[in-house]
Ligand binder design. Structure first.
Ligand code: ZN
Length: 287
């Protein structure tokens, strides 16, 4: 009986770690051509953008730490050679988990200043995982024959997001400023803002060419129409909740009222409808 309960305890302790490992072990890195020399990598976590060419390789985001070797192998297959630059769209672990591995191999990590601050402040923070070049509003990397712009538009998904524009290839990596097909996660605890999130998406739509290809932080490879639909959803859903708040409705009442049926599919992903209403409510009322 004693041995049995010890075994059960051991299994309970070991099983979650083993499961997590097996999850990553089963993940394959899929490589999708986006435009010209730009590719999107899908595995587990935020979508990765890659530029390959005569200057070497540049990568945007790097998913989770256990996937670093597989991501590296996918890069080597695309273009054997060095990963010279690694750009982080923001600090979240599903976009920066591989930083330590790639930083240790001498990739130069670049991100908005708040990304470095937040990564440096995490428990077990590693020096190699930190951006070595930071900027407040914008930076450019001239690489593989084009200007790659990093633009920070203020608080949105977090307080350190960058939109990354491959100006020659006509590709935009949105980071988590775009959840294609789902309600967005706005990290209010990391300086995010629903209003800022919406403004950033609107600004990108104003600036980018109509035939640009768009890599969302999460979801399928997108085009400008997909981003427009996402923006329209943001405008309408935040408008409805804000109207409700202005008319004196409580959070419980707003949650009970829900959102129009046409937005049902948006709530089937990471952020459910209730959570989105709650995020809008908190972001609007905390001011
Ligand atoms: Zn994120």
């Amino acid at each position: 009986m004693k041995a049995h309960s010890l075994l059960a305890l051991a299994l309970a302790l070991i099983a979650p770690a083993a499961l997590a490992q097996r999850d990553f072990a089963n993940i394959e890195i899929k490589v999708l051509p986006v435009a010209k020399n730009i590719y999107m990598l899908e595995g587990s976590g935020g979508n990765i953008g890659v530029s390959i060419g005569a200057d070497g390789n540049l990568m945007v985001d790097d998913q989770f730490a256990p996937l670093a070797d597989k991501i590296d192998a996918a890069l080597q297959k695309l273009n054997p050679g060095k990963l010279k630059f690694l750009l982080n769209t923001h600090h979240h672990g599903d976009h920066t988990g591989g930083n330590a591995a790639f930083g240790a191999k001498d990739a130069t990590i670049i991100a908005q200043s708040n990304v470095r601050k937040r990564l440096a402040g995490e428990a077990n923070s590693k020096k190699e995982a930190l951006p070595v070049i930071t900027f407040d509003q914008s930076a450019s990397v001239y690489f593989n024959g084009e200007e790659i712009k990093l633009l920070h538009h203020g608080p949105g998904h977090t307080d350190g997001d960058s939109i990354i524009h491959f100006t020659g290839a006509n590709v935009v990596h949105m980071g988590d400023q775009f959840f294609n097909g789902g309600f967005p996660f706005v990290d209010l605890n990391s300086g995010g803002s629903v209003e800022g999130y919406l403004q950033t998406v609107a600004l990108v739509l104003e600036k980018i060419p109509a035939d640009a290809k768009i890599i969302p932080g999460h979801g399928k490879l997108a085009d400008v129409e997909d981003l427009r639909n996402f923006h329209a959803m943001l405008v309408e859903t935040t408008g409805l909740v804000k109207q409700g708040i202005a008319s004196g409705k409580s959070f419980a009442e707003l949650k009970a009222a829900g959102l129009p049926d046409k937005f049902k599919d948006y709530g089937t992903g990471f952020i459910k409808t209730d959570r989105w209403i709650e995020t809008i409510y908190q972001s609007t009322t905390k001011k």
